[in-house]
Design a protein around this ligand. Structure first.
Ligand code: NAD
Length: 490
């Protein structure tokens, strides 16, 4: 057949080659129209001294095909090796990590027979941007970065995914009662974007309560969208609850490229034994087929897998004496799936990817972004003060305040000091525990606009007086609205 879709494939390490061979055989027998380019990544490259686990020819293939089906790889233990997943994710801007978590009750044992939830996790931002510092003897810092475009992209993607996959609801997990600016903007954008998707229900949860709900009554959730850290945690909780982490596939989606893989690792203990379960990678390949719009083939393979599961033909990892009917190895798995191509499950819910209401936005369009639709009005940004962070351990907050209030410029003077976010000067409580990391807020009285040179002048004066500033954070207003939070106790 013509118009084969080029796809990059990596056989990976450990059980990778066994499960990838199985998956490619099934894809071929199901009539997937693919032009497979094989690349070498992972352990072999790491052990040759390539610390990223991937070389130029592999990058070239990925840039050419933009679609990557990847078997698990082994990351050698020890320092110096970089996570290949993180490298690929960041290089190709794979902003969305999508992990469907489904139970196959009563054919696979789980305490949660009705779980059928898809976690859409933001993949590039949050505390995972990896911006961390040690600033004093006592204090370490990790910066949580949340951007408007990054949030809009992932939230819009979650709604688009819900429409395309006939999902009814998107739930947003945030902690904006505490992180009012970062999680606040994520929640605000969720509310705004949800208005464009009238056919999809939308609701929001504070992440701690949402996670508790997910862990006790998962049936109330459909699609969940979350920032990177929360998404990472809840997707592992949800996958574990299905009772079959080994069956889960996942995809990492960018605007131009996508990577599909099983959730599990390379399982070196069982490598070469011919007993590995290819289901996770097979489901990842189904997601890939949907992505490249080979929908009938995707449905066919997915239904054959569901039929195999409900007929109790199980690989050793999911085999249970009273539930399963026959134990099968990897080779038998491949043959049995191929035999079932064209048949549908009778008890588990059948899938039909070809029945879709709306086209998902075309990921291969050349525009800057298909997911940025909201019009961000440029706001007037004005500098009105500065938080200077100081490393100091020579006394009380009162003593520090007394010294710092002497240091001022023509328009900047000390307003207050906080320690770990709590106001300690003026009128702090002696009970408040203080570290050696002090945030000293200097503002212009009346919030008049100041200039950067005044901050430089202030920093010079602080240094001359023997204070060590470790960080400076400018205080801006945007259209008159403060772009910084009040200090607790302010
Ligand atoms: P793992 O997922 O490889 O194994 C966990 C357990 O599940 C083991 O008992 C294993 O035998 C079993 N298992 C996993 N997949 C299976 C399958 N398809 N069929 C049957 N049994 C299966 O996790 P691990 O042992 O923590 O990690 C092993 C290696 O894999 C490590 O080097 C790790 O860095 C790597 N890893 C890679 C990826 C990836 O490439 N995406 C993901 C996770 C771990």
């Amino acid at each position: 057949m013509n118009n084969k879709i080029p796809v990059t494939v990596a056989y990976g390490d450990g059980i990778g080659p066994e499960i990838m061979s199985s998956v490619l055989t099934i894809l071929e027998n199901a009539g997937a129209n693919l032009d497979v380019e094989v690349i070498e990544i992972g352990e072999k490259l790491y052990l040759k001294g390539n610390t990223s686990g991937i070389d130029k020819s592999a990058w070239d293939s990925l840039i050419r095909t933009k679609v990557f089906l990847k078997a698990p790889i082994t990351t050698p233990q020890g320092k110096g090796y970089k996570s290949l997943n993180v490298t690929i994710r960041k290089t190709f801007g794979l902003f969305a990590n999508v992990r469907p978590c489904i139970s196959y009750h009563p054919f696979i044992d789980t305490k949660f027979p009705e779980i059928d939830v898809v976690i859409v996790r933001e993949n590039e931002e949050d505390t995972y941007a990896g911006i961390e510092y040690r600033q004093t003897q006592e204090v370490f810092q990790c910066i949580k970065l949340i951007s408007r475009p990054g949030s809009e992209k992932i939230i819009r993607y979650a709604f688009e995914y819900a429409v395309m996959n006939h999902r009814k609801k998107v739930s947003c997990f945030v902690k904006d009662n505490i992180m009012k600016m970062t999680d606040g903007i994520f929640h605000y954008l969720f509310n705004e974007i949800s208005k464009e998707y009238k056919e999809i229900q939308a609701d929001s949860y504070i992440v701690d309560f949402g996670a508790a709900q997910l862990a006790t009554s998962p049936e109330q959730f459909d699609v969940i969208v979350a920032e990177n850290l929360y998404g990472d945690i809840i997707s592992d909780i949800a996958a574990q609850m299905t009772g079959s982490v080994g069956l889960a596939g996942s995809m990492n989606i960018g605007e131009k490229c996508a990577m599909f893989e099983a959730v599990h690792g390379s399982a070196p203990q069982i490598a070469g034994k011919g007993i590995a379960n290819p289901s996770g990678l097979l489901l990842a390949s189904v997601m890939m087929l949907v992505h490249i719009k080979q929908l009938d083939v995707a449905s066919n393979i997915h239904n054959a897998l569901l039929k195999l599961i409900e007929e109790g033909m199980h690989t050793p990892d999911i085999f249970k004496e009273n539930i399963s009917k026959k134990q099968i190895n990897t080779k038998q798995f491949t043959e049995e799936i191929i035999k079932r191509l064209g048949s549908k499950p009778e008890k588990l819910k059948q899938v039909d990817y070809a029945v879709k209401k709306t086209e998902m936005k075309d990921l291969n369009k050349p525009e800057k972004s298909n997911y940025l639709v909201l019009n961000y009005k440029k706001q007037i940004k004005e500098l009105i003060g500065v938080d200077v962070f100081i490393d100091w351990n020579l006394g009380s907050a009162e003593a520090l305040g007394d010294m710092l209030k002497q240091i001022k410029t023509s328009s900047l003077k000390l307003l207050l000091i906080s320690n770990r976010g709590v106001k300690v000067w003026p009128q702090g409580f002696t009970e408040t525990f203080c570290t050696d990391h002090w945030r000293c807020r200097f503002v212009s009285p009346g919030n008049e606009v100041i200039h950067h040179k005044e901050i430089t002048e202030l920093l010079n004066k602080l240094t001359e007086s023997g204070f060590e500033f470790i960080k400076v954070e400018n205080l801006y207003t945007f259209d008159g609205v403060p772009g910084f939070t009040l200090i607790q106790g302010q």
